[in-house]
Design a protein around this ligand. Structure first.
Ligand SMILES: C[S@@+](CC[C@H](N)C(=O)[O-])C[C@H]1O[C@@H](n2cnc3c(N)ncnc32)[C@H](O)[C@@H]1O
Length: 226
């Protein structure tokens, strides 16, 4: 009996180790962000030719953020979505702008202060963890960042923990279709839409719907499975 119990404990330990030791699925994908500065990236992320920037107001409208809700912008970059979310949820809501790049976080704080938005909380995270408190958000928003997750299952587990029961996850990312997408997308982006849905289902999310708002990007809605 004692031996069985010991074996059970060892198996449990191995299982949880397997989870924390997920292999890096995309080594080097974030190399440009190591030591990156806000100044060099703001012109890249916030340019009109970029669909997710150009369509930002339509995207925020489509999210239908209820006032007083708590939202996380995961991989917030230079923070233009976080700033719009902060206005949408109002002073009694909260926006967590989460990113692994320190200078982006510092400048999101600066922009929030300049715009007198007290409901933005910028979080310097790491490539395996959002560092958000459990059950602290109603919606997680991941724009152009899922393909930057080096440890997608570990990151999704972290997002799942942070979501309240019934919480939603939105993923917006490049459509990857041979013959249609650019060579850059075909090589830079790891997974196509169907593979992403599969990975999300494996991680305890249920695919709910797709918003057909964007052309170069898909816009998927998931709900946290209990
Ligand atoms: C292509 S940018 C997108 C930024 C922003 N969402 C936008 O659309 O402008 C990807 C961002 O994800 C961040 N990032 C990469 N891996 C991350 C992770 N595991 N957790 C949080 N942020 C991450 C990078 O620092 C970078 O700011």
């Amino acid at each position: 009996m004692k031996l069985l119990f010991t074996l059970f404990l060892i198996t449990l330990t191995e299982l949880s180790f397997a989870k924390v030791s997920e292999q890096n699925v995309n080594p080097g994908i974030n190399q440009h962000y190591i030591g990156a500065t806000y100044q060099e990236w703001v012109e890249i992320f916030e340019r009109d030719e970029r669909e997710v920037y150009n369509q930002r107001h339509a995207v925020v409208k489509a999210l239908k953020l209820p006032p007083a809700s708590d939202v996380a912008d995961i991989g917030a970059g230079t923070g233009f979505y976080s700033l719009l979310f902060a206005e949408a949820v109002g002073p009694t809501g909260n926006v967590f702008a989460v990113d692994i790049t320190e200078d982006f976080i510092l400048n999101i704080n600066r922009r929030a202060q300049e715009q007198k938005l007290k409901n933005i909380h910028a979080v310097l995270s790491n490539e395996k963890d959002t560092l958000l408190a459990p059950n602290s958000i109603d919606l997680a928003f991941v724009c152009a960042t899922y393909h930057h997750f080096e440890y997608p299952q570990t990151m999704l587990a972290s997002i799942r923990r942070a979501l309240r029961p019934g919480g939603k996850l939105v993923i917006i990312d490049f459509r990857k279709q041979a013959g249609l997408s650019s060579d850059w997308v075909m090589t830079h982006v790891r997974s196509d839409k169907q593979s992403v849905i599969k990975e999300l289902e494996q991680a305890g999310f249920k695919f709910e719907s797709e918003s057909n708002l964007l052309k170069s990007n898909y816009f998927l809605w998931f709900i946290k499975k209990q």
